[in-house]
Design a protein around this ligand. Structure first.
Ligand code: GDP
Ligand code: MG
Length: 252
């Protein structure tokens, strides 16, 4: 199994899991579309010792993403239809087939582009395992961001979206970041349906509406490896902006 990359990392994780309660199943879902350069790095720095399975959902990748992911120890699923949410939904469909001792307790979402720091996964899971929260959002707004890791329109969009959620739902989020952990029971209750850009915001506004206890923790964020599929393109930015605002209005 790949080693944990914490030794070469001088960032101090504020609190993390010391021992994992027996039979606690933490699954990771990674949507990936042509991420052959980064997926191995992401998988290489996973805290494998606390994870039951890491699921990479390849969204019609035409490069070596699937081969690299499999070689790095992930379960690889195929989702031929495009869309970030589509890929995540495929992962959830797969988790729904788990039975008995394999039933998930916690699901972690992380991008396949190596923008997030997989070592921070334990930190995101800890409040759920300690019973302090049922959803933990990694906030890039309160965390350390590498210059250029987020586009200005993305920073503005997140500010606008979280401000709207504050006014309309009375809940304080600072980011709609992709890196997050959620208790499986809460995720089931939320019943995700978004197939593309509204994925992260749908989870957050529904959690707000249902009163699911959440916590935000600062996460670091760096420039992605490879080419952006969303915010690096005009189409992606416009569609994401539209879909995020639509989703906030829809569930109010
Ligand atoms: N945009 C997009 N991203 C996808 C899709 N399927 C999987 N992904 C993955 O979603 C993650 C986020 O995409 P990315 O290009 O980094 O978006 P950005 O961070 O907003 O620029 C990456 O791991 C992508 O590989 C898809 O159909 N569309
Ligand atoms: Mg990205």
């Amino acid at each position: 199994m790949p080693s944990v990359g914490e030794e070469n990392d001088n960032f101090v994780i504020p609190f993390e899991i010391k021992t994992l309660p027996d039979q606690t199943n933490i699954y990771v879902i990674i949507p990936a579309f042509n991420e052959e350069e980064s997926i191995g790095l992401v998988l290489g720095e996973m805290p494998w010792e606390i994870l039951t399975e890491v699921i990479v959902v390849s969204n019609g990748s035409t490069d070596q993403t699937e081969e690299v992911a499999e070689a790095a120890g992930a379960v690889v699923l195929q989702e031929p239809q495009k869309g970030y949410g589509k890929a995540c939904l495929k992962g959830l469909e797969y988790l729904a087939t788990k039975e008995g001792k394999d039933i998930p307790d916690v699901v972690v979402f992380i991008d396949g582009d190596y923008s997030d720091y997989p070592q921070e996964m334990k930190m995101l899971c800890a409040p759920i395992l300690n019973g302090e929260a049922e959803m933990v959002i990694g906030s890039r707004a309160t965390g350390e961001r590498e210059k250029g890791s987020m586009m200005p329109q993305q920073i503005f969009g997140n500010w606008l979206a979280t401000s709207m959620i504050r006014w309309m739902y009375g809940v304080n989020y600072t980011d709609l970041g992709p890196f997050r952990a959620i208790k499986y029971s809460a995720l089931r209750e939320i019943a995700m349906i978004d197939e593309n850009f509204g994925w992260t915001v749908e989870m957050q506004v529904k959690a707000a509406k249902k009163g699911i206890p959440f916590k935000e923790l600062p996460v670091r964020y760096r420039k992605r490896v490879g080419v952006s599929k969303v915010t690096g393109t005009i189409y992606g930015t416009v569609m994401a902006g539209y879909k995020i605002i639509y989703t906030i209005l829809k569930y109010r």
